[in-house]
Design a protein around this ligand. Sequence first.
Ligand code: FAD
Length: 477
Amino acid sequence: MNRPFPHAEIGAAVAALQARLGERAVTSDAVRDHHARDESSHAARKPDIVVFPEATHEVAEIARIASAFQVPIVPFGAGSGLEGAAIPVFGGISLDTSRLDAILEIRADDMIARVQAGVRRQALNHHLRDTGLFFPVDPGADASIGGMVATGASGTNAVRFGVMRENVLGLTVVLVDGRVIRTGGLARKSSAGYDLTRLFVGSEGTLGIVTEVTLRLHPIPDAVSATAGFMTLYGAVAAVVDIKRAGIAIGRVELLDEATVAVIGRRSSLELDPLPTLFFEFHGDAAEVAVLSNTVSEIIAENGGTNLRWLREDAAARALWDARRLAPSWLKAERLGAVSRPSDVCVPVSSLADLVAETRADVAASPVPAYMFGHVGDGNFHCLFVYHPNDPAEEAEAARLGDRIVARALAAGGTATGEHGVGLGKRRWLEREHGSEAVAVMQALKFTLDPLGLLNPGKVLPEPTTLAWPDQLASSF
Ligand SMILES: Cc1cc2nc3c(=O)[nH]c(=O)nc-3n(C[C@H](O)[C@H](O)[C@H](O)COP(=O)(O)OP(=O)(O)OC[C@H]3O[C@@H](n4cnc5c(N)ncnc54)[C@H](O)[C@@H]3O)c2cc1C
């Protein structure tokens, strides 16, 4: 991984950045160390310098300096990514967006917000609190909006409000040579030309640096939460498929296996039976929820579930969704000194029950603890392996099981990553998922926008020589 950029003049670039940005160009060990990692278990690598721009024109100047001295440049939002995408694996410049934190405009009548890329999701919703509107995409972590654009984030609300791709109307993007382009606009729809906005959504800092984002907002819905336990994981997933087919508008629906529920039960005040469980949020007023709850209860019973347990108090509902948000860190904390690696596949929802059941069988036969949960309404589920990083056998086992999940998902027409992005961890699956010709088109786009490969090198696209589809897996599904 440590192929240096042969013509990089790091020293000259550092000097130029310090001359331009003063104390906002930092080479201290502590700051570089903070930007060496994200929330994944991928190996850390320090950048040579961290810069903190405050405006689009400053990002453009940084990009011009990086290009002039042929130094890699890696955007860094909140560092909450789970696939190593913000790790500067070849060193160079880490461009921290935390000072690009202005909320530029709220157009309440149009239900639109314009923000700088470093604005955090929670800060935006706090700012919106008196408008009756909110920005719904919620990846659990308090991520930056730019990072969420770059990873194509989603989360618990996506089943109702869509993912980042559906909620970004336009972008300001700095290209590697310092040109600034604007994509999209304020209109809800447009047929004007190629859709550059969606090209940059999910590009993980490899095509340009996002500095401003125009977002769709939504009215805050009336919501009521509930849980239901099931005899089997399969039954829980099958119930969600039936509920969706019945046309019932669910605000959120999250699946948690019995092992995850047991940990939540120990670490929260929630009353949960130790069963595979669905967390629901229904939207509508009391009368509407009463009507749909009858149908939902019938479907749950048909699939081996228990009665809906309602959480009608705000505090109880908050505790439920806080527990869902905190579950990944609680699960990791179950083993002292362990790290965690989540799978992130997404499949057509009709294939999900089989995929979950097959994964359950794999996990049951493995010595590595694993927990299954996910945004089941979208067909997206995570299996979190909790292993000791100093135990190569455990790490290899987690990797093996993770590969089997991805291979199964691709065989079902799904994707290796529903929301966490490709980063370092999923690169070798890209060709298998999209085909070599499609990946070649991606490589051509990358070359057009970043001919020297300076923007977040080593991420998303496989090197042509390192494409590796594990043949033994290919033949077993
Ligand atoms: C406990 C936990 C739960 C999570 N649950 C979810 C979930 O449910 N759904 C989900 O989608 N994600 C989830 N995540 C992952 C993570 O929060 C998202 O991937 C998030 O979108 C990353 O945003 P960030 O600001 O932290 O980006 P970073 O991690 O800093 O960066 C991620 C990528 O974006 C690039 N980038 C950052 N800013 C910019 C910019 N301005 N321009 C161009 N590129 C940029 C980086 O170079 C990198 O490639 C979870 C993470 C944690 C820790």
